[in-house]
Design a protein. Structure first.
Length: 170
């Protein structure tokens, strides 16, 4: 009852998108664990009176951005984004599903536009040779990673919309 985490036998097995989103979320978690370790070591070194790790904030900024984008496809598959249904609770389930499909597609289009903007940003950073201020790290690979992850999120949003049309909820 309630606390059992047994899989639903009627649910289809996880597909490629589900496995990819799960793998990306795990990778994002590992990146954040690395960031936490880096910050801990840097703060400990500062507290002991020696120098913190130079440029630690540059690693933290880039890694956090990549990790956040890595978490989003999994969040979308699990319907973890915030939704407000105060005005649609009285509608039939099918009507709510159609509304959700519409917003999934709007989300996919918005994220695809964001991916395009990230592509342009990564291209500009590559051409200009933009680097971070302290360590001189090249910036474009982090932006390109965010672009690819945004593309995965856009595709995931299309998949969730399709699944809702077919009557499947996560």
């Amino acid at each position: 009852m309630g606390g059992n985490a047994e899989p639903d036998p009627a649910a289809p097995p996880p597909g490629l998108v589900d496995r990819l989103a799960g793998a990306l979320a795990i990778a994002g978690g590992l990146v954040m664990l690395g960031v936490a370790f880096l910050v801990t070591v840097s703060v400990a070194r500062r507290w002991q009176g020696s120098q913190p790790i130079p440029g630690d904030f540059e690693f933290v900024q880039m890694a956090t951005a990549v990790a956040i984008f890595a978490f989003l496809p999994y969040c979308q598959l699990r319907r973890g984004n915030i939704s407000v249904d105060a005005f649609t609770t009285w509608l039939p389930a099918r009507a709510n599903a159609v509304i959700d499909v519409f917003w999934d597609l709007v989300y996919a289009a918005t994220i695809a536009l964001l991916a395009w903007c990230l592509f342009n940003g990564a291209t500009d950073m590559y051409r200009n040779g933009t680097t971070t201020m302290v360590l001189g790290l090249v910036v474009w690979p982090a932006i390109a990673a965010c672009m690819a992850l945004a593309g995965a999120l856009a595709a995931t949003s299309c998949v969730t919309g399709y699944r809702l049309l077919r009557g499947r909820r996560p």
